[in-house]
Design a protein around this ligand. Structure first.
Ligand SMILES: Nc1ncnc2c1ncn2[C@@H]1O[C@H](COP(=O)(O)OP(=O)(O)OP(=O)(O)O)[C@@H](O)[C@H]1O
Ligand SMILES: [Mg+2]
Length: 328
């Protein structure tokens, strides 16, 4: 069965996530549609501040209390947008595991590794003994390439790459269906980065889990993702299979993003920067949010929000691809 026909484990339907600030709302995620299927990895890419982490953390509702959610976010067919903290606790770890960028800030550095695992296991298996928890911990640490005896140590005693392995083990210990990995390798050197990505992919296969992989690094998603969703200013502007995004990008933003990947070919070292900066998410433009930076801008782009166009097995949110446009 092709991956795009498998069971949907996560579905965002016109999902909006707005942060409340003193005077206004920051529309960090502003109407996105996305389906993640069993066993699939979707890469979410885009410039800093476009709403990637808001979406990732929104899946587990790890955002400030006053944050507003609109639309639907179905996690295994349960809409989590109206759920309260108590119900979300049952989802966290058990249904969705989260891997953050910097394990030093998210793993409590003064709690021994064995206790971190015990706390997680105990939350979902009340009554589990410390010894039972240690057995489970030993098995999962072994899987991620860490000697089980090191569970007696504290996170600060591990190297960056090893801490990230501990974090991956912790995200997987309850065998979740979905793993959200937010910049999981950004702070690591390229060799450790490749090891961690391989490990994550192996674990995904052996657990038959699905992954949302958030990164600003198109190289990272090239390795692992089946599909890619490109975010810009709170919207998904293009979404398709990885190969289509890399070799036949449609949205002008995707095209420019691909050109801005550092190139190791010495003949072609020029790096293209995308001029300008993303718009305000408090009062976003009424038309296309990318218009002010777009080399293909037409007059309609400033006037009306582009529709989502289904094209080439994926989607693009751009006036260039609407019927009747001469600019395809
Ligand atoms: N707690 C918050 N309150 C208000 N605004 C916030 C809050 N957290 C994030 N934002 C804003 O929401 C927008 C999206 O932020 P987000 O962290 O989701 O971006 P990102 O795509 O993950 O960026 P990066 O690549 O830098 O991690 C940004 O404009 C950011 O300033
Ligand atoms: Mg982020």
């Amino acid at each position: 069965m092709a991956k795009n026909e498998g069971e949907a484990v996560l579905r965002a339907e016109n999902l909006k996530i707005h942060y409340k600030t003193k005077k206004s709302y920051v529309k960090a995620v502003d109407g996105i549609d996305l389906t993640l299927r069993k066993g699939e990895t979707i890469g979410i890419v885009g410039e800093s501040g476009c709403g990637k982490s808001t979406f990732g953390q929104g899946i587990l509702k790890l955002l400030p209390q006053k944050t507003k959610y609109y639309g639907k976010l179905l996690v295994r067919d349960v809409d989590v947008t109206p759920l309260r903290e108590n119900d979300m606790r049952k989802v966290r770890g058990k249904v969705v595991g989260m891997i953050f960028q910097d394990p030093m800030t998210s793993l409590n550095p003064i709690t021994k590794v064995e206790k971190l695992f015990y706390e997680t296991l105990e939350e979902h298996n009340p009554g589990i003994s410390f010894n039972e928890s240690r057995e489970v911990t030993a098995q999962i640490l072994q899987k991620v390439g860490i000697e089980p005896r090191r569970m007696r140590e504290y996170p600060f005693q591990f190297s960056g790459g090893m801490r990230q392995r501990v974090m991956i083990a912790l995200a997987l210990v309850l065998n979740p269906d979905i793993i959200v990995a937010d910049e999981p390798t950004t702070s690591l050197d390229v060799i450790v980065q490749a090891q961690i990505l391989n490990l994550l992919d192996e674990l995904r296969q052996s657990y038959n889990a699905s992954i949302i992989l958030i990164t600003h690094d198109l190289g990272v998603v090239a390795e692992m993702a089946d599909r890619i969703a490109v975010m810009y200013a709170g919207h998904i502007v293009e979404q398709n299979e990885k190969e289509k995004i890399y070799y036949e990008p449609k949205h002008p933003y995707t095209k420019l993003l691909l050109k801005s990947i550092p190139n190791t070919n010495p003949k072609d070292l020029e790096l293209t920067f995308i001029p300008g900066s993303p718009p305000s998410l408090v009062n976003p433009p009424i038309g296309c949010r990318f218009a002010s930076r777009c080399p293909y801008k037409m007059s309609i782009c400033d006037e009306k929000e582009p529709p989502v166009v289904e094209i080439d097995g994926g989607m693009v949110k751009c006036w260039l691809y609407t019927q009747g446009s001469d600019n395809q």
